[in-house]
Design a protein around this ligand. Structure first.
Ligand code: 13P
Ligand code: SF4
Length: 314
C-alpha cells in the first residue's frame, strides 16, 4: 500500500475502513497529533475503556498502550479490540508481575490490595480493587471508611507506582504498603523545570500528574489525572498553564482551549510507547483486523471483579 503519511487519502481510507468494519477509534490523550485527529473519542485510560463497553461498534481500534486495550477487552469481551501497534507497552505496568504480587500478598495477609489501572490483566486478577489516577484517593478513603467490606483488613497494599502511592498517602493520611514502580516518563520532570517555567510565566497555573516526583508535586498548584487536567484547563480563569505530564496532552489542550497558552514543564516528558501508533498502522489494523488483544476467560473474570469493585465504591 503506497499512501503518503499524513495525507488526506490516508484519513479517507481510515474513514472508509471504519464504516466497512463497523469500528470505532479510541485514542489516549498522549497519542501523536495525527492519531488524535482521527479519533472518535479522546480520553484517559478509564474513560476510553468505559466508552468501549458502551459502543455499538463491533471493532474497537485502541490507540494507547497494552494495559488500556486489555482493560477494554476485559470490559467488553464480545467485541474485537485491536491495537495498531501491539508492542506499545507501559514500562510501569511491566514493573510488577502477578507472581510478584502473590508474594507481596503472602507477606501481608491483612492487607486490602489496591492496584493502579496501569497493570496487566494477570495483575488485576490478583487485586481487591482497581483504581485510576482520578479516583485513587477516593478508593483508599472508601476502604478506610468501610473496612467491613474488606473482611476487617486494616492495611492497604498499593501497587505499582510508588509516587502515586506517596500522593495517596499524603491525601488520606493512611500509610500504604508500596511497590517500587515508577513511570519513566513522569520522573523526567524535575523540580528545577517547574521553578524555571514559573519564572518564565509568572502568571501561569501549574498542574502536574500524580505520577510525578513528590518534590515536583509540592511545587504545583494541583496534581491531576489527564482527564482532570482537561477539565481544569476549561474551567480555570488562568490564561496560561504549565503542564507537568506527557507532552502529547498539550495538543488536545490547545485544540480544546484556543484562547489559552500551554507550556510543557519539560520537553523530556515523552512516552515513546505512546508514539508508536500512526495513521498507517491504523489502516493496517482495520484492513487485517489485527492485532487482537484478548484476555483468557479465567483471568478476565477475576480482573473484572477488581474493576467492578472500583466502580461500585467510588
Ligand atoms: P491517565 O489515566 O491519567 O490518562 O494516565 C494514564 C497514564 O498512563 C499516565 O501516565
Ligand atoms: Fe506508562 Fe508512563 Fe507511558 Fe503512562 S506515560 S503509559 S505510565 S510509561
Amino acid at each position: 500500500m503506497l499512501i503518503k503519511k499524513g495525507s488526506k487519502s490516508l484519513e479517507e481510507k481510515i474513514k472508509e475502513l471504519k464504516k466497512k468494519r463497523n469500528a470505532v477509534i479510541l485514542v489516549h490523550n498522549y497519542q501523536l497529533p495525527e492519531v488524535q485527529d482521527i479519533a472518535d473519542l479522546r480520553g484517559d485510560s478509564l474513560e476510553l475503556s468505559r466508552a468501549a463497553a458502551k459502543t455499538d461498534a463491533k471493532v474497537i481500534v485502541f490507540c494507547g498502550v497494552h494495559f488500556m486495550a486489555e482493560t477494554a477487552s476485559i470490559l467488553c469481551p464480545d467485541k474485537k479490540v485491536l491495537m495498531p501497534d501491539v508492542n506499545s507497552d507501559c514500562p510501569m505496568a511491566s514493573m510488577i508481575t502477578a507472581q510478584d504480587l502473590i508474594k507481596l500478598k503472602e507477606k501481608n495477609p491483612k492487607a486490602v490490595v489496591v492496584g493502579y489501572v496501569n497493570t496487566s490483566a494477570e495483575v488485576k486478577a490478583e487485586l481487591d480493587v482497581c483504581c485510576t489516577s482520578t479516583n485513587a484517593v477516593s478508593v483508599v478513603n472508601a476502604i478506610i471508611k468501610d473496612r467491613s467490606a474488606f473482611d476487617g483488613k486494616d492495611e492497604i497494599i498499593f501497587i505499582p507506582d510508588k509516587y502515586l502511592a506517596d500522593f495517596v498517602e499524603r491525601k488520606t493520611g493512611k500509610k500504604l504498603i508500596k511497590w517500587n514502580g515508577v513511570c519513566p516518563t513522569h520522573v523526567k520532570i524535575l523540580p528545577e523545570d517547574i521553578k524555571r517555567e514559573r519564572k518564565f510565566h509568572p502568571f501561569a497555573k501549574v498542574i502536574v500528574h500524580p505520577e510525578c516526583l513528590p518534590s515536583v508535586i509540592a511545587l504545583a498548584d494541583q496534581a491531576l489525572s489527564t482527564s482532570k487536567m482537561c477539565q481544569f484547563a476549561k474551567e480555570t480563569e488562568a490564561k496560561e498553564i504549565i503542564i507537568g505530564t506527557e507532552v502529547g496532552l498539550i495538543y488536545r489542550l490547545k485544540l480544546d482551549n484556543p484562547d489559552k497558552e500551554f507550556y510543557p514543564a519539560s520537553e523530556a516528558a515523552v512516552c515513546p510507547n505512546m508514539k508508536r501508533t500512526t495513521q498507517e498502522k491504523i489502516v493496517w489494523a482495520l484492513e487485517e483486523l489485527k492485532e487482537e488483544v484478548k484476555v483468557s476467560d479465567e483471568i478476565r473474570r477475576r480482573a473484572r471483579k477488581s474493576i467492578d469493585k472500583m466502580l461500585e465504591i467510588v
